[in-house]
Design a protein around this ligand. Structure first.
Ligand code: FAD
Length: 430
């Protein structure tokens, strides 16, 4: 794909240059650090939408959780830390609340922290169903040891998930058929045209919603083509680029123009997450904010690298303007935003229905990451209380949100880089 993207003022080439040479290498380094590689997730939550007890038996779908001694104590001890002292107070508050303690029994400092802490109850801002990481079923997973790649999860089970996502959650009436949908009975050029005239007729927010989901779908499919199981013998297992798989999914001719459209949606998703990261910079710049693992030197170095990356992101010249969304009549905009939020939350719940655990892990992480990006973009607290110039203590992100936000963006950034790799491979073939 080349050229300008719809609904924004940016082009593919500018993103390629910025991502592949400036951002991607540094981001990869950050994501290899202890703070970002360990993600706590509950992969055993039952599917809330249909009864499905079947377990996927594909070898490459398995996820290996961490042994308890693998994860640094600093990460395990609580879900979030600004600093060790602040965190002790939060623990005290949590305990006080569990015990139903009355205010007078708390120290003055704790009372202050309780106030601060309740302000952090920002569930109305959330675009994602929070995973119950306190559940005994939740486990830490080392993301570096469980990479997103080809798993062999495909066919009607995978289609059913994508279908439910698009059909029931992308504001789409049933009469409009998605092009090339393998679960639809008959296909034809006319139907495709109807789909795109429907999409173009939507308000920009609903169109954006569809684009984000399609971008995520495209990104997953780029990854499985780039880390494909090329050879599987008892001697060797080899993963790498599968150009044919990539072409079948994204070639303009083979996909009747759908592939390039989907890749443009991937770039659109990139821009949305990029803008959220640039906007949240002051939150991470707060002097007492730590990427706490318990290793002081490493933690300080990581924070420096994180800020370097965020400053780089801020300097990107063609940021998406989120003010173009939810901008009309106040009441209508509010209702639309609420719809947007509820649909997105639904999608995060559908991830518990994905039969392949590896796909479920990365599906959950990426929807949570995108949900966090949307929370940042549209949070009233952030808008009202975090002017670009100064830090705010009202806006809050949990460790889980931070880890998923950066890892999700890391996935999209890797996809953009992989598109360059595929371009080079295709160039060499021809
Ligand atoms: P699918 O990708 O299943 O798509 C179904 C239909 O949707 C297509 O026929 C097409 O009409 C349409 N479509 C396809 N792409 C787009 C798009 N970008 N925008 C709009 N419409 C589109 N497989 C792995 O190997 N590794 C993984 O990590 C992995 N993670 C997954 C995570 C989730 C949440 C899900 C639901 C699936 C995952 N899969 C993964 C499976 C993978 O996404 C495909 O479903 C599978 O490879 C079968 O591909 P397909 O070509 O039949 O079409």
């Amino acid at each position: 794909v080349t050229g300008y993207l719809d609904d924004c003022t940016c082009d593919v080439e500018t993103i390629d240059r910025f991502n592949n040479y400036k951002l991607f290498p540094r981001l990869q380094k950050l994501l290899e650090s202890d703070y970002f590689r360990y993600y706590k997730v509950n992969l055993k939550r039952p599917c809330p939408f249909w009864n499905d007890t079947s377990q996927c038996g594909i070898r490459d779908c398995a996820v290996k959780p961490c042994q308890s001694d693998e994860v640094p104590d600093g990460i395990k001890s609580a879900s979030y830390k600004y600093s060790e002292e602040a965190n002790n107070l939060i623990e005290e508050c949590e305990q006080a609340e569990r015990l139903g303690a009355v205010d007078e029994s708390l120290s003055e400092e704790t009372q202050k922290a309780v106030l601060q802490w309740t302000k952090h109850d920002d569930s109305s801002d959330n675009f994602c169903e929070a995973d119950d990481i306190q559940s005994p079923d939740a486990e830490y997973v080392d993301l570096l040891l469980n990479p997103e790649r080809y798993t062999g999860y495909k066919g009607p089970d995978a289609w059913k998930i994508w279908n439910v996502i698009y059909e029931e959650n992308c504001f789409k009436p049933q009469t409009i058929k998605r092009p090339l949908n393998p679960l639809a009975s008959s296909q034809g050029k006319n139907k495709e045209n109807t789909f795109y005239s429907w999409l173009e007729g939507l308000c920009v927010e609903k169109r954006a919603f569809y684009r984000l989901i399609s971008g995520l779908h495209a990104s997953i499919n780029v990854h499985l083509s780039a880390r494909y199981l090329l050879q599987d013998t008892w001697l060797e297992t080899k993963w790498g680029h599968n150009v044919t798989e990539f072409q079948q999914r994204f070639d303009a001719v083979l996909t009747e123009g759908e592939g390039p459209r989907r890749l443009k949606n991937l770039y659109f998703l990139y821009l949305i997450e990029l803008r959220a990261l640039s906007k949240v910079l002051p939150f991470f710049e707060r002097p007492d904010f730590q990427l706490f693992t318990g290793n002081k030197i490493q933690d300080a170095e990581n924070k420096m690298l994180l800020l370097e990356i965020l400053h780089e992101i801020k300097s990107f010249p063609l940021h998406f303007d989120e003010n173009s969304l939810f901008a009309g009549d106040k009441k209508e905009a509010q209702k639309l935003k609420e719809d947007f939020r509820l649909h997105f939350r639904n999608i995060s719940r559908i991830m518990d229905c994905v039969g392949c655990f590896k796909c479920r892990l990365w599906g959950k992480l990426q929807t949570q990451g995108l949900g966090t990006a949307l929370k940042i973009l549209f949070s009233e607290k952030l808008i009202a209380n975090m002017p670009e110039s100064g830090p705010s203590y009202e806006f809050h992100l949990t460790r889980q949100e931070i880890v998923s936000l950066f890892n999700a963006f890391g996935r999209i950034s890797t996809s953009v880089k992989e598109l360059e790799n595929f371009r080079n491979l295709l160039h060499n073939i021809h």
